[in-house]
Design a protein around this ligand. Structure first.
Ligand SMILES: NC(=O)c1ccc[n+]([C@@H]2O[C@H](COP(=O)([O-])OP(=O)(O)OC[C@H]3O[C@@H](n4cnc5c(N)ncnc54)[C@H](OP(=O)(O)O)[C@@H]3O)[C@@H](O)[C@H]2O)c1
Length: 349
């Protein structure tokens, strides 16, 4: 057996390389042909039923408006009811024929069951499930003295999507529907202070890629990996090491640094277009894909850059990080951050 494994160790790399040289040109041609066809015959969601979790702010809110403009019927969930009600009113103005809202905490399995049940009871079907709700953090792993304080990140970002998807699956199979998975470019970026968030987003990619294999073509799955987009998250709303939610714009400057922050409405439009085309993956803005190429080809370079830019000397304040100093020194903030994320105000209820 060991001999066979040694033989494979020797021959697998050249065989794979030459097979890929033969396989890739027709494969890419076929994929290009398929993507052209799906761009022409993309899905019409008018009258269809879409559930969006985390629709009270940010990208989820703008996804609601984007689906509404295309005439979809909407079920919107999150924990802040007043904010949801305002989003629902605007979605009706944008053209949705029917919008319901429900207060739900996706980290609780019973809330996820209820949000699917209430959607199907009201509309009689479910066509798209958008797993969008999430929270982030900006604290060093070592500073989390009680590591269990960070559990809500995995419970919300990963388990919230898993529970909701599990309950929605039979209904999505009936409608030959779609699932949108809001992962993040952080699923491949080794971003300091966002460790558990990064892990939750990588776990989502892994779970839904496996689900694609199990389910086959019955349900379309679009995995979205945004870069930096305007929202409450990029306003600096983070879970602290003490397990409380706080808005810290200085810390946000450390984390986002001199990276341009994209518009939530353009991002939502790209996500809905991509989902209706049946795309398997979307990175928005598209240039952010280059960070993935760097990660695959030279991961050490990415790790070194993150360490140099985002870390401080032991014991120093995070706000002393070079990433923030660069942002402050260049005065780029007003140019590359939209005005919507320049103030720390977030919706409260
Ligand atoms: N903005 C970016 O730069 C960026 C980049 C990559 C990926 N993403 C992803 O995009 C998605 C949307 O985030 P965003 O940037 O738009 O941030 P956001 O404005 O903070 O929106 C997050 C949404 O999730 C909801 N939420 C949080 N915890 C919840 C819970 N336990 N149960 C139910 N809903 C919950 C929030 O509503 P309530 O507080 O009312 O519950 C809110 O509606 C997330 O999956 C995020 O990871 C964002």
């Amino acid at each position: 057996m060991d001999l066979l494994i040694q033989f494979l160790n020797l021959v697998a790399p050249p065989i794979t390389f030459f097979s890929l040289c033969l396989f890739l040109p027709p494969y890419w041609t076929f994929k290009f042909f398929l993507s052209t066809i799906s761009s022409i015959f993309c899905e019409n969601v008018a009258g269809k039923v879409v559930h969006i979790t985390g629709a009270s702010s940010g990208i989820g809110e703008h996804l609601a408006y984007e689906y509404a403009r295309r005439g979809a019927r909407l079920a919107l969930s999150a924990r802040r009811e007043t904010a949801l009600r305002e989003v629902a009113d605007r979605a009706r103005d944008y053209g949705s024929p029917d919008v319901i809202i429900m207060r739900a905490d996706v980290s609780k399995v019973e809330d996820c069951r209820r949000l699917v049940d209430e959607t199907v009871t009201h509309f009689g079907r479910l066509d798209h499930l958008v797993n969008n709700a999430a929270i982030s953090l900006a604290t060093l792993f070592e500073d989390a003295t009680d590591i269990t304080n960070l559990k809500p990140i995995m419970d919300t970002n990963f388990w919230g999507s898993v529970y909701t998807t599990r309950f929605a699956l039979p209904h999505l199979k009936n409608s030959k529907g779609k699932i949108v998975v809001m992962s993040s470019a952080d699923s491949w970026m080794p971003a300091p202070r966002r460790h558990v968030y990064c892990a939750s987003k990588t776990a989502l990619v892994s779970l839904f890629e496996t689900l694609r294999v199990e389910i086959g073509s019955d349900i379309g799955i679009t995995i979205v990996t945004p870069g930096y987009i305007e929202s409450e998250l990029t306003k600096g709303k983070y879970l602290t090491a003490e397990g409380k939610v706080d808005v810290d714009q200085d810390l946000r400057d450390v984390e986002v640094s001199a990276m341009p922050v994209g518009s939530a409405s353009c991002c939502a439009k790209a996500i809905v277009n991509s989902t209706l085309r049946g795309d398997r993956y979307l990175t928005y803005p598209p240039w952010f894909r280059m960070t993935y190429v760097i990660k695959v080809l030279c991961p050490e370079l990415l790790e070194w850059t993150f360490r140099m830019l985002y870390m401080t000397a032991p014991g120093a304040n995070a706000k002393e990080a070079p990433s923030k100093k660069i942002l402050d020194a260049t005065g780029l903030k007003n140019l590359i951050y939209p005005s919507s994320i320049q103030s720390p105000e977030v919706k409260t209820e």
